[in-house]
Design a protein around this ligand. Sequence first.
Ligand code: SF4
Length: 272
Amino acid sequence: MQLLDPWSEPLPAAWRQMEEVPSHKQIASIFLVPSCDMVCPFCAADTDLDTMAAAQARLLLRELRQRNIRNVVFGGGEPYLWPHNLHELCEFAQDLGHFVQVCTNGGTLPSDFAESRAVDRFVLPLEAMNPELHDRLRIWPRGGGRHHAAILTRLRQLTEAEKPFTISTVVTRSNIQEVEAIGRFLLCLAQSGARLHAWHLYRFIAVGRAGSRNAGAHAITSEEFSNACRLARASAPRVAIYGRMNMRRPSSVEYFWLQRGTLQIGSIAYDR
Ligand code: SF4
């Protein structure tokens, strides 16, 4: 694999495509690492990305800041499996003036994660209020398959620490009937004092390491997804709800990752 010299000037050719990032993209989602300790059947993440070196991630953060993008989301795979120091990277990003979010599966987190000052907001998944159904969609071998219980614990920890968080749900054929129950739960959570920033609903798309081979079980129509979003809004009034018809083409988020040593940018890579 050809690795970039992250400190070379001028910028390596691979990074010049940063110039092409559309100006309306205000949030950068950075895939730090491909590995994950879960095997979700709807997973849309690709496996053939590189683990970003710490210096490469820092360079990217600097470049984003220069382009007036100041909201970053660290993801993967699972960002807590990044073999470098995620806490230090978050601090570095904050020092540059970024608002820092970590999008984690919530399984294996540091015990004091909720108190971390280096993370401004967490993004956690919740696929169903029915634990068995959630655990069938969020398969977590390392945690004995009890991911739903782990997420509820994380939400309690975040609430007690008064740390803001966002919930994400991938709406599939299997859990579409759970949307109202999740909405009612999130409304109660918000009313109990949790700093719930938003609820993001993503329509399942048949791409990635697992989604591409599980379309038959999980695909829903755009109409079904729109109806699910309507039900979500009715069940959780006063909760900010965003429905994403195509999770690979969000309007305000740009994705960044390395592949064979080359920077990839979602709006460019997905158009190829
Ligand atoms: S969807 Fe599941 S398997 Fe895929 S990266 Fe997220 S937690 Fe890991």
